[in-house]
Write a new protein. Structure first.
Length: 287
């Protein structure tokens, strides 16, 4: 059994339940245990004569959280009896907690929306912080059930290679095809005028580079059908279009070329807000 758990940020919301279902399926495939965690934000007690002092969450709220987690464990035992599930309730902000726990996690799995300690998960800084700083891959569960093929968004960066590792392993474990996508910026029109073959030549070079990157995975996972696509498009639009019938999209946490600034601007927001399937952002290699 894998010693690292799959950590799930859980608050009982519909989104969190979807994240747990995804995590349980992954645990069943990998043999990893699941750890459900709930975070309470600390509140401040302020008086005219005293500064703000952090206090522990309301005991009743903590009891409610423990009850929600206990019900989740009971449901998990019914649907995935072979998976070990543990729980914990923490006081503090969600992002630092999840980042800390990710150091000893196989994966961190989050829903696309939440409440309580994980409220506004994809609206503010929490998801950016977790996906940018987690020590393990982070999967944000959104869209459908995640049963289709796996997509890896790649460029020439080391982080995208980690994403390809993750995606290939996922495809092999699920018994589904792997589609490797490279978003490519064609040469300027001025260059094309002076060299009419430039686009075709550069396109061939880009495809050859991706094929070279993919070659070891064809040998390692001969049972997996691997396709390669190089497109002249913006990375977010290319990934979203390709993901319409996918079960999972995996990308690196940083990149260059077609996926530059993946978590710094609109690309990450579009993927995490609009992808029709779960999105894996890969930093570490334990996925």
């Amino acid at each position: 059994m894998n010693a690292y758990p799959i950590v799930v940020g859980y608050d009982g919301s519909t989104s969190a339940r979807a994240a747990l279902a995804w995590a349980l399926d992954e645990a069943e495939r990998s043999g990893a245990p699941v750890r459900l965690v709930h975070a309470f934000e600390w509140v401040a007690s302020v008086t005219p004569l005293a500064p703000a002092v952090p206090v522990w969450p309301d005991p009743d709220a903590r009891a409610d959280a423990e009850s929600v987690l206990a019900n989740a464990v009971e449901d998990a035992a019914a649907t995935h009896p072979g998976v070990t599930v543990t729980t914990s309730v923490h006081s503090g902000a969600a992002a630092p907690l999840l980042i800390d726990l990710s150091a000893q996690a196989r994966l961190v799995v989050l829903g696309s929306r939440g409440h309580g300690g994980f409220g506004e998960l994809l609206v503010g800084s929490t998801t950016v912080n977790v996906t940018a700083h987690a020590h393990s891959p982070v999967v944000v569960v959104r869209g459908g059930s995640g049963t289709g093929h796996v997509i890896a968004g790649v460029d020439h960066s080391e982080q995208s290679h980690l994403a390809l590792d993750f995606a290939a392993e996922q495809a092999a474990a699920r018994g589904v095809p792997l589609h490797v996508l490279r978003a490519w910026t064609p040469p300027s029109p001025r260059r094309s005028v002076g060299d009419p073959d430039a686009v075709e030549r550069d396109l061939a070079a880009e495809r050859a580079a991706v094929e070279q990157l993919v070659a070891p995975y064809r040998s390692k996972y001969p049972q997996v059908t691997i396709t390669v696509e190089v497109v002249a498009d913006r990375p977010a639009r290319a990934l979203l279009a390709a993901a319409r019938h996918a079960g999972l999209v995996a990308v690196g946490s940083r990149g260059r070329g077609g996926f530059t600034g993946l978590l710094l601007g609109s690309v990450s927001q579009q993927l995490l807000h609009h992808a029709p399937c779960p999105v894996a952002v890969v930093r570490g290699g334990r996925g």
